[in-house]
Design a protein around this ligand. Structure first.
Ligand code: 5GP
Ligand code: MG
Ligand code: MG
Length: 177
């Protein structure tokens, strides 16, 4: 595993992200929605650093069914709290092609939210990103498959306290586990 962003860099990055979001909303209450499961770790760290009143909810989206290539996006909003007339901040782990956050933003807007903004830990620097850019980004990273701090490969590695890049032999080993 090659470390791309270490623990203390993550700590600083999330604090900066929270400051930016705080100053943008100026104390207005928000409904913060975690895009499960990848934003789990970021979400816990971020909401404790935001100072406005918050309602907290979760939505499920997944496009990486069992690999490093994106498949069809599935959205499950059964567990989501009411977002009608709320200012919603969607929190996701990473903005790659942009498909997930574009579709989720549209779905939340359709549910009657007054506004929808997006915050991500990571944004990949790659061509062919679709839809609006995320409103708040902690780190821009090269176009590599990363794990840790919530991000998985085959549901593993989410617990790592840093962001790392898997070596080819680790990819093979994980698939065999
Ligand atoms: P997008 O829809 O923007 O292409 O992809 C967003 C979703 O794909 C993220 O929420 C994340 O779950 C997954 N994803 C994209 N790139 C990576 C990556 O490098 N590593 C991991 N573990 N997941 C990724
Ligand atoms: Mg995701
Ligand atoms: Mg995943």
């Amino acid at each position: 595993m090659r470390t791309l962003i270490d623990e203390s860099q993550l700590d600083d990055g999330v604090s900066k992200l929270a400051k930016e979001i705080d100053s943008n909303y100026g104390g207005r209450p928000i409904t913060v929605v975690a895009v499960m499961t990848g934003s789990l770790v970021l979400f816990a760290d971020l909401i404790r650093r935001l100072s406005m009143p918050q309602r907290v909810g979760v939505i499920h989206a997944s496009s990486y069914r069992g690999g490093t290539q994106a498949g069809k996006l599935e959205i499950d909003s059964k567990m989501l709290i009411d977002v009608q007339n709320r200012d919603v901040l969607l929190v996701d782990d990473i903005y790659d092609t942009g498909a997930t956050l574009t579709k989720l933003s549209a779905a939340i807007a359709e549910m009657g939210a007054s506004s929808v903004s997006t915050a991500v830990l990571l944004k990949k620097l790659r061509p062919k990103q679709i839809g609006p850019k995320p409103d708040f980004v902690a780190f821009e990273i090269p176009d590599e498959f990363v794990v840790g701090y919530g991000l998985d490969y085959l549901d593993m590695y989410r617990n790592l306290p840093f962001i790392g890049v898997l070596e080819p032999d680790e990819i093979e080993a994980t698939a065999r586990q």
